[in-house]
Design a protein around this ligand. Structure first.
Ligand code: SF4
Length: 765
């Protein structure tokens, strides 16, 4: 068990095994088993009628947006259902019939709950009334909304400086809630707005901004129909963005090819049985990946450099591989990049990547002849020390091929949480933006702070050092999402007040400050009624499209408030009418709020009208090949160094991964069907030769230890599983292995924790 505090709180759940069963890893994704799992989860949590009613409304134009990932909906969603297995599981979690009230908290202390597994905590159900945990107490008690807001206002007023408060946002919050929250935080006087993006795609944002001038991807969903090659790198769409498989299927049907680059050969990229089609259900499905390159953990830069070098060789022979016209007109740094490539030998790059050369050559031959290329990626590229450079190397390849600003080509960072991109667009960020501050001044008449605030890692350090004393979270499960769990828990426990604005119970409600508040809020699928009229809000998908979302289910409790109402009420309690912003009218009237947003945010004009139906795309300079904001007004080639790990004989590189029954920190179940693991999460995937070397047999019990700057971090009791993974590499689920990731190890420039390349040792128990 991990560290405890005065309240004797466990920072992770039980280390007991739950009864593992192993099968062969799956050779395809979705199909009948996907439908079965989706219905099992929804029927169990919500009952049949509610499940059927709500599933048909999810991702429909007049319905609600899936609370799962940020993959876009087609303009004409299928009336038969536009959701995946994991979208259904996300809905089941949110709309569960299990509800918690004051009796539950009287019966179970935070100490007791903290010793439960994340799975058990999550299954406890929806929060239904505001609760407070007073100093020295171990049970939450009910509190009125008014008293809760006053308590927050009082704690905020007692701070010596606004920078002593941290305001976290998870990617579930709507554009409206996030905008209002950002406005309040700035009015309060700080930019301490860490968000979940700091822990996932921040590296993408930094790399894309520096090379292409916008921190978002450039492709639209329809580009997949026209792409000649889609490269899927460091991503597992079958589990994390399942409807992306339909886009890949369409690409294949139109003659496109898929190259997958990943240390694990995930089922979702092997074959797809589309549950929306009879042929998908009854037949063998569609083979997705044409060329699979099993790269070693964090050797993507080596592999892409190798591909670029080999492409250059062919180009020197026939002059047709690089798009010279595009390079000349739109890019800077090409000559330098070629000189940089000369420094590396093909052999060196090949050895580092660990990939079979014949397969690399096949990929090179394919890429040489095509120029409509999309590169998709996720955490497998971003969560490394060189996360920013991983993405820059992908951009280099696209620039060489002229694969930007044309149909069927471009960048595609695939976002995890459903509105993580939107929250950033509407102002959730720790850095100060001069244009945004000026627009706020013009529209709301106050000066927003110009000083940079804390991102996630630095917010945790500030709380740990007692420089920050109040922590407010608009959604999420911060302690489980962040790195270095024991350190993060201590940081939160050092606070005077922690506040969680949440739909469901999670571990962060047990790892608290001296005083803690739970403020229960409406879920995505629930009706948000004001003056007897349903309100809608908006979200932005992974491809920069803003659209509406309108809930339809009866809320879990009559005591719930919407997120904008909660934020507005905190602001009201704090300012007591003494501010230029009319918080009450903005938090109650979303139309009026959107009118203000349209005035402040670039690209949001006529937001109220345009967000209806299938919504509107935000401006994207890469689509227009406009690089005017970059040096020399050109897209930038980058010379990226090779990652160095220098492992000792007994050390491995560990990447944290999600199981198929999991979305971010939410654990839907204990299976990982595609990898053949059933009823257990405490597993470590290892190459059979590595197991042999350590004298390990299948299911032997092991501990893992990391040692950074002389500090040992340990996790206990995992089962060793022989698996198809490169030698020297390990994979294990998060959040169970988050305690191994040191708080001070994060990506250069983006500060994203190195969750995908942690150096560890393995000990047999
Ligand atoms: S692909 Fe993502 S957004 Fe779509 S239904 Fe599945 S989890 Fe939800």
């Amino acid at each position: 068990m991990s560290a405890s505090t005065k309240r004797n709180i466990a920072t992770q759940g039980s280390e007991d095994f739950t009864g593992i069963k192993l099968r062969e890893p799956a050779a395809y994704a979705a199909g009948f088993n996907g439908i079965k799992a989706a219905l099992q989860h929804t029927f169990k949590e919500m009952g049949v009628t509610k499940s059927v009613k709500s599933l048909f409304q999810m991702n429909q134009k007049e319905g609600f947006d899936c609370p799962g990932c940020a993959w876009p909906d087609p303009d004409e969603p299928s009336k038969l259902g536009e959701y995946c297995e994991n979208g259904a599981k996300a809905l089941a979690e949110e709309a569960t019939n299990a509800h918690l009230d004051a009796h539950f908290f009287a019966e179970h202390s935070v100490e007791e709950i903290s010793h439960w597994s994340d799975y058990k905590i999550g299954k406890s159900g929806r929060l239904t009334q505001p609760m407070v945990l007073r100093p020295g107490k171990i049970n939450y008690e009910p509190i009125s909304w008014e008293n809760a807001f006053n308590l927050i206002a009082q704690e905020l007023h007692e701070l010596n400086h606004p920078n002593e408060a941290i305001f976290y946002t998870s990617g579930r919050s709507s554009n409206e809630a996030a905008f209002l929250y950002g406005l309040f935080v700035r009015a309060f006087g700080t930019n301490n707005m860490p968000d979940c993006s700091n822990m996932c795609h921040e590296s993408s944002g930094v790399a894309l901004s520096e090379t292409l001038g916008i921190g978002k991807g450039s492709v639209k969903l329809e580009d997949f129909d026209q792409a000649e090659v889609v490269m899927v790198i460091g991503q597992n769409p079958g589990t994390n963005h399942p409807r992306m498989l339909s886009a890949l299927e369409k690409c294949k049907a139109n003659g496109g090819k898929i190259i997958s680059i990943n240390p694990l050969e995930e089922a979702g990229l092997i074959r797809f049985k589309n549950p929306q089609e009879v042929s998908g259900m009854l037949g063998a499905g569609v083979k997705l990946t044409d060329i699979y390159l099993q790269v070693k953990i964090n050797q993507d830069v080596s592999l892409i450099k190798l591909i670029c070098k080999k492409l250059q060789k062919i180009h020197l022979e026939n002059g047709t591989v690089f798009d010279e016209e595009f390079i000349k007109k739109y890019t800077a740094g090409f000559e330098d990049y070629l000189l940089h490539l000369d420094k590396f030998s093909e052999k060196e790059l090949l050895d580092l990547s660990g990939v079979d050369e014949q397969l690399v050559n096949q990929a090179v031959q394919l890429l040489a002849k095509k120029n409509k290329i999309i590169i998709c990626w996720a955490m497998g590229l971003t969560q490394h020390k060189n996360g920013v450079e991983n993405i820059k190397e992908c951009v280099n390849l696209l620039l060489l091929k002229g694969s930007l600003g044309k149909p069927g080509a471009g960048t595609c960072p695939v976002r995890g949480h459903s509105n993580v991109q939107g929250d950033r667009t509407v102002g959730i960020m720790h850095f100060a933006s001069e244009p945004l501050n000026q627009a706020i001044k013009n529209v709301f008449g106050f000066d927003a702070p110009a000083e940079e605030g804390f991102d996630t890692v630095h917010a945790i350090k500030a709380m740990y050092q007692k420089k920050a004393k109040v922590f407010i979270a608009l959604g999420g499960n911060f302690v489980s999402a962040a790195s270095d769990t024991v350190y993060t828990a201590q940081a939160l426990q050092n606070c005077n007040l922690t506040v969680q604005i949440s739909t469901k119970l999670n571990r962060s409600h047990t790892v608290t400050g001296k005083t803690a508040l739970i403020l229960p809020t409406l879920g995505r699928s629930e009706l948000d009624i004001k003056d007897r009229k349903p309100r809608h809000f908006t979200v932005e998908n992974s491809m920069g499209k803003v659209h509406q979302s309108k809930g339809m289910l009866t809320p879990a409790s009559q005591h719930l408030k919407s997120e904008p109402e909660i934020v507005g009420a905190i602001a009201n309690a704090y300012f007591k009418g003494n501010h230029t912003v009319s918080w009450t009218s903005l938090c109650e009237n979303y139309e009026a709020l959107r009118e203000k947003m349209a005035k402040v945010l670039s690209g949001f004009d006529q937001m109220n009208q345009r967000s209806k139906g299938s919504g509107f795309y935000l401006p994207n300079n890469v689509r227009d090949l406009d690089f005017s904001k970059l040096p020399n007004q050109k897209a930038q080639f980058s010379n990226c160094a090779l990652p160095k790990h220098n492992l000792n004989e007994d050390e491995f590189l560990l990447m944290t991964i999600r199981s198929h029954d999991q979305f971010n920190t939410t654990i839907y179940g204990l299976h990982d069907r595609y990898r053949g693991i059933y009823n257990e999460r405490r597993v470590v995937f290892m190459h059979k030769n590595d197991m042999q070397k350590l004298g390990l047999k299948k299911l032997d019990v092991i501990n893992l230890t990391s040692n950074y700057a002389g500090k040992e971090r340990k996790v206990f009791n995992f089962l060793a599983i022989p698996y198809n993974i490169p030698k020297g590499n390990l994979a294990a689920y998060f959040p169970e292995t988050n305690p191994l990731i040191p708080i001070d190890e994060f990506a250069d420039k983006s500060n994203t924790p190195i969750s995908k390349s942690v150096v560890v040792r393995v000990q047999k128990v």
